[in-house]
Design a protein around this ligand. Structure first.
Ligand SMILES: Cc1ncc(COP(=O)(O)O)c(C=O)c1O
Length: 385
């Protein structure tokens, strides 16, 4: 690697997309296609054997007794919450800085989202804020393992225990394989909700999701909910949905799961490269990683005063970037009726205003990483920026 990445090297600056799905599928795509061809011959499109094979493998990966495959991460959250028997008026405590689906799920389960600020320590829900938000109506905590880093699950589980044993439901959509203080995403609370949206660390070929849990009753209820409330054939005990994991997606996920740890390692190496080469650059703030935390770097999110300007600068040099997420959920129009106001959650608002996601994916090359670093150095050394 070049010592000074901002020096012109004579080499052409690489194009660096934020993610590169075609690259990821170059070798496994044909293998998945072979399995899909066989599936077409058998016709087992709904609840085919691949679905239960994947459920067993993913439960094993997360260290839980059960996994229930579902059609998206939103369904995993919504059905997961319903699996604990939430009722109208129940409160669910969630962070103000997350993808909107976290809070959508609470609303769709009929409960009231009670939002809490995130912490500067990890950009996840602040356990002290959670304590202050508890009421006699609190029925669940819903931390999000944002950007691929576990929330402080040891403290959150202890708080939930003191609050009468309410469940901690993990929004693990961005954190397949992440660990903190010896706990692993999906197995750290009462239930883990995963998305397999194609760009996730473990992604399908379309929409897919799953819940993981040690609780057989909750697993059985989610299983019923995903299929019209069916307990057994023609026995529909509760109102349900069509929210099953598609067999084609299960086939793809079965091919990808054995590769996940290697892919996560590559993301970690890219994150190390960025951390080493970007520290101390202008006003750039690196992502915080508390001791004991092993993030899987779904996203590498830096902070800077004018992220949109930096994004345009990078785009002009062939470097992709993204904003995750420029508006905290409490200031989202769809949730205006909850009555939250600007200024209420200062850390969430600051991170939303300053965040910029740099390219990170398992196939990113050292040449591409150097290109991103060189473009950032140029930006921060340029007087007119
Ligand atoms: C934190 C978080 N929660 C929930 C979801 C919802 O997942 P899906 O898009 O599969 O419904 C996502 C996915 O984008 C997410 O990032």
């Amino acid at each position: 690697m070049r010592e000074n990445a901002s020096e012109p090297s004579g080499e052409r600056a690489p194009t660096v997309p934020l993610v590169d799905l075609p690259l990821l599928h170059r070798t496994i795509g044909p293998k998945i296609l072979d399995d899909v061809a066989t599936l077409i011959q058998t016709g087992a499109f709904i609840n085919g054997p691949a679905v239960s094979r994947f459920e067993e493998a993913f439960a094993d990966y997360c260290g839980t007794e059960a996994c229930v495959g579902l059609s998206s991460g939103l369904d995993a959250l919504r059905l997961g919450l319903l699996g604990f028997g939430l009722e109208r008026g129940d409160e669910v405590v969630a962070p103000a800085h997350t993808f909107i689906a976290t809070v959508e799920a609470v609303r769709q389960a009929g409960a009231l989202p009670v939002l809490v600020d995130i912490s500067e320590a990890d950009h996840n829900i602040d356990p002290e804020g959670v304590k202050a938000a508890l009421t006699t109506n609190t029925r669940a905590l819903l931390p999000v393992h944002l950007y691929g880093q576990l929330a402080d699950m040891r403290r959150l589980v202890a708080i939930a225990h003191h609050a009468g044993g309410i469940p901690v439901i993990e929004d693990a959509a961005q954190a397949h394989g992440a660990e903190r203080d010896g706990l692993r995403a999906g197995g750290a609370g009462a239930l883990g909700a995963f998305s397999f949206y194609p760009t996730k660390n473990l992604g399908a070929l379309g929409d897919a999701g799953a819940v993981t849990t040690d609780d057989p009753q909750v697993a059985a209820r989610v299983r019923a909910l995903r299929e019209h409330g069916k307990l057994e054939k023609n026995d529909h005990a509760i109102d349900g949905y069509t929210a099953r994991l598609d067999t084609i997606q299960a086939l793809a996920l079965l091919h990808k799961l054995p590769l996940l740890d290697g892919w996560n390692d590559k993301r970690c190496s890219a994150a190390e490269f960025y951390t080493y080469h970007l520290s101390g650059l202008g006003d750039l703030q690196l992502p915080p990683v508390p001791e004991g935390s092993r993030p899987v770097w779904h996203l590498f999110v830096i902070r800077t005063a004018d992220p949109d300007r930096l994004a345009s600068f990078l785009a002009a040099r062939g470097v992709g970037s993204g904003r995750h997420y420029p508006r905290p959920v409490h200031l989202t129009s769809a949730l205006a009726h909850l009555g939250y106001r600007p200024g209420e959650f200062p850390v969430s608002e600051a991170v939303a205003a300053e965040c910029l996601s740099l390219p990170i994916h398992p196939g990113i090359s050292e040449h591409q990483l150097e290109g991103v670093v060189a473009a950032l150095r140029l930006y921060f050394s340029s007087p007119r920026r």
